[in-house]
Design a protein around this ligand. Structure first.
Ligand SMILES: Cc1ncc(COP(=O)(O)O)c(C=O)c1O
Length: 370
């Protein structure tokens, strides 16, 4: 089973024996009958069978040698991954997801280190920041600017310097790119987004090919208790069954909208890795459901546009079946280099003409008022 669509549909199901269910059961039990120290489960903070099908499926998709480790959220997963690096300097994209930068900064500062942010699309600048670093945290595409990193070149240079390479693969999904094959030591996911895919779960995961890192991350998750609930994990696997269909449709919608918006008279700028003017297009993953849009008329027009949509839902987060949008700088913690009028659009699986019609009418309402 190597085709992702087949893995998604088939992996993590109970053994094919007479009378077994098609789906894995949800086990709601904090503890297990267990005298002594095993074999079998002992306590649900350590391991519980409801995690295993999700963890195995994600590991197979990412091409990992060890099961993924499911976490309470993407941020819990990133925190675990960052804890694998020795104390010291961390290199990260200046347009990383803002909470990732906050956690990295807190961690580095407490340990006498620092976070050095770089333009991750600029490989020379990134490589120049690596000497002396303990970890590099990559996002590609970045959130929300959609910059694309040369993961392979950065990972190779990092390893020559003994720098741990962590890749947040939330935007690309394992269908878009497999960072372990490009040299990442640890891949992290906010499974809240495309993997679970229905905006009904907050969940995260880490994946690695290193037994040592797997053990360290298992220990950190277990001892800090940043574990996932069985319900959430089960729902995430249920959502993942359709990831290949959703991601294909979402990517098609995003690319088509980006192409149409790029010639719209009321649009200042639009970005999507599929556009001919996107720098480093050759580094694009096979799929991207997010695009960014800056309407003419600045921040006020952007805020009006969000209010003027009927179908697009004004909401944060991304990766659901429903299309959402937001102005990212409404958050104080967003990087100041993100333009104030930039809207991040997360495309869903709706009909393209409905999505277009709603955006077009919202643009007319918002921009023509300015
Ligand atoms: C790229 C990226 N990484 C990590 C996270 C954090 O994930 P979670 O909200 O599941 O903790 C997010 C959330 O928006 C994200 O966009």
């Amino acid at each position: 089973m190597t085709n992702p669509a087949t893995i998604l549909a088939q992996s993590g199901r109970p053994e094919r024996i007479q009378g077994n269910p098609v789906n894995p059961p949800i086990v709601l039990s904090s503890t297990y009958r267990n005298a002594g120290t095993g074999p079998g489960n002992i306590y649900a903070r350590w391991d519980t069978e409801t995690w295993n099908p999700f963890e195995q499926t994600l590991a197979t998709l990412e091409g990992a040698a060890f099961p993924a480790l499911v976490h309470a959220s993407g941020m819990a997963a990133i925190t675990t991954a960052l804890h694998c690096a020795p104390p010291g300097k961390i290199v990260a994209p200046r347009h990383s997801y803002h909470a990732s930068l906050i956690v990295a900064q807190e961690m580095a500062e407490r340990e006498g280190g620092e976070v050095v942010t770089v333009d991750i699309a600029n490989t020379d600048e990134t490589l120049a920041a690596l000497p002396g670093a303990k970890a590099v945290l990559l996002e590609s595409p970045t959130n929300p600017m959609l910059e694309l990193a040369d993961i392979e070149t950065v990972a190779k240079a990092a390893h020559e310097l003994g720098v741990l390479v962590i890749v947040d693969n939330t935007f690309a999904t394992p269908l878009g790119q497999q960072p372990l094959a490009l040299g990442a030591d640890i891949v992290v996911h906010s499974a809240t987004k495309y993997l679970a895919g229905h905006s009904d779960v907050v969940l995260g995961a880490v994946v690695t090919n290193s037994e040592e890192l797997h053990t360290r991350m298992w220990n950190y998750r277990t001892h800090t208790g940043s574990i996932a609930g069985p319900m959430e994990t089960w729902l995430a696997l249920r959502g993942m069954r359709t990831l290949s269909l959703r991601f294909e449709r979402i990517t098609q919608n995003a690319a088509e909208l980006a192409a149409r918006l790029s010639t719209h008279p009321l649009v200042e700028a639009v970005a999507h890795p599929s556009l001919p003017n996107h720098p480093n297009r050759e580094r694009a993953p096979k799929g991207c459901g997010v695009l960014t849009l800056r309407p003419k008329g600045g921040q006020e027009a952007a805020d009006r546009l969000v209010e003027a949509t009927n179908l697009w839902l004004p909401a944060t987060s991304l990766g659901g079946v429903e299309s959402t949008l937001e102005r990212r700088r409404r958050f104080e913690d967003e990087a100041e280099t993100v333009p104030v009028d930039l809207l991040r659009l997360s495309c869903g699986i709706e009909d393209i003409e409905d999505l277009w019609e709603d955006l077009d009418q919202a643009l007319k309402t918002a921009v023509q008022e300015s």
